[in-house]
Every structure is written in C-alpha cells, then in structure tokens.
Design a protein. Structure first.
Length: 272
C-alpha cells in the first residue's frame, strides 16, 4: 500500500567555500536543473555565495559557465597599499553589481543568503537584506587578501572562516531538506592525503593556510544536511581559474552520482 505523502519539503542548497574550485557549484546547479530538482533556497559561503548569489539574480547557468571559462584574476584584482588587505575589492564589487543587475535581496525570486563573519566580534552573520553584490563581496573577503567590508556597523570577512559549508543557515532560512556542496576537500574523517599543487605565491600561501584550518574545523563537525555532494577537487589549487572547465565538469560528475541519494532521501522525507 502506498504511503500517504505530505507536502513537498522546501529544498535548500548550501554552497560551500573553495576559491576557484567553487566553480564546481555551476556544474552541480546544471545537473539539478536538468533533473528537475527544485531549489527553493540558496545559501552560500565565500565562493558558494559568489555562484549562488549570481545564480539567484540571473538564473542563467549557460552565461555563468561561459564567463567562468574566460574570467582571469587580472579582471578582478585591484592591488592596494596593504592596510587591511592586498586587494581593495572595488573592482570585484563593480563586477558583481553588473552580474547581479544591481538587485537587492528583495528583488530576488529565489531566496538567497550569504554568510560572513564579523571579525571584530567573532560572530557569524547571515546576510539576506540590502544589496546582493555587497553581501557577496563581504562573503568572499578572504582575510589578509581581500579587504573586509564595513556594513551595518560590522566589519565583515569571508563566511568560511567559521562555517565553510553553511547547511545550518539554509535551515535557518526555512529549508526542510538541505543539499550541501563541499567544493574544497574531505568533509569527514581523516585529512586528505592527495598531493596538492605546489604553492607558488603569497595568495596561495594565505588561501591554502586558511583552507587547511577551515577543513580541520569541518572534519570535526557534522554538516547539517540531508545529502552532501563533494566533488573530487583536492588536486586543483585554489587559484586555478584556468581549469574552470574541468572544475565545472567535476561538479557535474559529483551531482550525477548523488542523484539516487537525493531521490531516496526526498522519498523518505515526503512519505512522513
């Protein structure tokens, strides 16, 4: 006898940090769209906020993939005297305003949130009001590299400092069922032992050091998600925009592999 079904759960997508490897989120979103998996809420941290926020504003994955294939760090970087970061971030903000169409959170048809950290109080902040581009800019402010953002009386930096994969925040925004995407490394158990790419510059020194700390924290906690998608990206360095096509394809591969688990868990939840 078939079980009675309740209403469809609200599905939240929690997109994690990963620097250039966060482009894998584009591949994951492509597969979920192709398979008709409805997404009701997106929350992103750092690179996840970048991809999630642009997607929530434009809903054009084909454009996002084309852009990923051609973007270079030179298009985004504006070096400054290092008072609070090596990169001022003004060029990044203007770029984000173009991609999001200058939209505010209230303009979005797909609810979106970006996580950041108030570096003066140590608090995690879920940004879901005001200008979308500014919220993304705050969420990707890697300490020591990109200058923090002063907003609402807070000094905000990269959301991944405290929560690399913001599944809990997706539930906070109303998701009943959470699909989390970890684009930066192992999400449980022992540290990854794969050989990483050589570290060759100050940006990679800082981003890799911060990432190692974030991953150590992540391995000690349970990601509050129904399904975790973790593309295999440990052999790709955090600044490798030149490997965008490969990164996106690995996101697609991981998402396809997770589809049976997503269907199974949705079946379980819907049957209650």
């Amino acid at each position: 006898m078939a079980s009675a079904r309740g209403p469809r759960p609200r599905i939240g997508l929690a997109l994690g940090a990963g620097s250039a490897r966060g482009l894998a989120h584009i591949g994951v979103l492509q597969v979920l769209e192709e398979q008709g998996v409805p997404i009701d809420i997106i929350v992103g941290s750092s690179a996840g906020a970048l991809v999630g926020g642009i997607y929530a504003a434009c809903r054009d994955l084909a454009m996002m993939e084309r852009l990923a294939m051609h973007i270079k760090w030179d298009h985004l970087v504006d070096f400054c005297f290092p008072r609070m970061g090596l990169i001022a971030g003004d060029r990044i903000l203007e770029f984000l305003r173009i991609l999001t169409g200058g939209r505010s959170f209230a303009d979005l048809s797909l609810p979106f949130g970006a996580t950041a950290v108030d570096i003066e109080t140590g608090e995690e902040v879920l940004l879901k009001d005001g200008e979308v581009a500014l919220a993304i800019r705050a969420s990707i402010a890697v300490p020591g590299i990109v200058a923090p953002v002063r907003a609402g009386g807070r000094l905000l930096v990269d959301g991944a400092v405290l929560d690399r994969v913001p599944a809990r925040c997706a539930r906070q925004m109303g998701a009943d069922f959470v699909i989390a995407v970890s684009a930066g490394g192992n999400v449980g158990g022992a540290p990854d032992r794969h050989r990483r790419e050589p570290v060759t510059n100050v940006f990679e020194v800082i981003t890799t050091a911060i990432e190692l700390m974030e991953l150590a924290i992540l391995r000690q906690r349970i990601i509050d998600a129904d399904v975790v998608i973790a593309p295999d990206l440990t052999d790709i360095g955090p600044t490798r925009l030149d490997r965008a096509a490969e990164i996106i394809e690995r996101g697609r591969t991981a998402a396809r592999a997770a589809l049976p688990r997503i269907a199974e868990r949705l079946e379980e939840v819907s049957a209650w």
